[in-house]
Design a binder for this molecule. Sequence first.
Ligand SMILES: *Cc1c(COP(=O)(O)O)cnc(C)c1O
Length: 393
Amino acid sequence: MAVKSFHPPQRILMGPGPSDVSPRVLGALARPTIGHLDPMFVSLMDEMKELLKYAFQTKNELTMPVSAPGSAGMETCFVNLIEPGDKVIVCQNGVFGGRMKENVERCGGIAVMVQDDWGRAVDPQKVEDALKANSDAKVVAFVHAETSTGAMSDAKTLTALAHKYGCLVIVDAVTSLAGSPLKVDEWEIDAIYSGTQKCLSCTPGLSPVSFSTRALEKIKNRKHKVQSWFMDLNLVMSYWGGSAKRAYHHTAPINALYGLHESLVMLQEEGLENSWARHTKNHLALRAGLEAMGLKFVVPESERLPQLNAISIPDGVDDAAVRSTLLNDYQLEIGAGLGVMAGKVWRFGLMGYASNQSNILICLGALDDVLGRLKAPVQHGVAVAAAQKVLAG
Ligand SMILES: *Cc1c(COP(=O)(O)O)cnc(C)c1O
């Protein structure tokens, strides 16, 4: 039997990513492919860098998308900045801090772990204690928006602390970019990476990164070659660099970059501050609905992410049954718990194009129905109205 074309269903993506992709971005992906050195494509690359500088709020020359998902942006930061023997303070309050440790060790570095409870922000006091106890540390790495738990850490304070003790910072902004205030230059962040499938309304597979001149100094003065040929920024810059002469490094994912360009044009049209405000307003509406049902947030209010809402699963409710019923009956995807939170929490994403009123109301109505059918111990028939009240206000 011949395999036929694949036609995916139209889902609503309200998990930890990918999130709903804007139809404008999907349309851009289907435009004609041109060469990766075509002058028209080079001008798109130049616009892309400017648009990314706006999204990151930076003037950093080295701001571009890595041709691979967020994890590759993470790895690009670590392999370029960490040399064998370098000591790195790694903050862990969820899944992604653990991956930073893996990266440090695979670069031959020494990871000094600062652990916080899952569901809490990184504690600056613990980071300062670690910096005092490790005066030879070179880098502090932390996750701005921990998607595995829904906790936001204070990137400005953590960066200032690192600098006070002579360290550079590597910041994971995969989920924060465009969803929460993030100011790379004002906060003096040295190296940062993000992803396209969270709050940028774009497809997965690209990782915007940005490096300060301090970070570039460190990269230029390395004693050892970067162990990854593909991610060595000294080589990548022959293609993405500022000069008019662009040389082949790898074949850029041309159409994927059309998509990112379109999503960044949309961000510019909306305005970065308006995008942050939309994520917050929609979070407050979803929260009102979930709390009206009697559901509880995992993260304390002052440390919550607007774009990722982690909720404790009520006792006796079948996690997998709820998620599969939402998917099958409502085409709605929400996220399961990760790591130590597996089976204990649901993660409701409100990211990028998915952060809109109709998704909130569909989600609350669907959840109300499904939990009702399972006779879960929650308040029924109140969630949608509670959210509507916030949306109207
Ligand atoms: C999603 C995510 C990543 C990984 O991004 P991929 O595109 O899945 O590789 C890294 N860090 C955080 C905080 C994330 O949410």
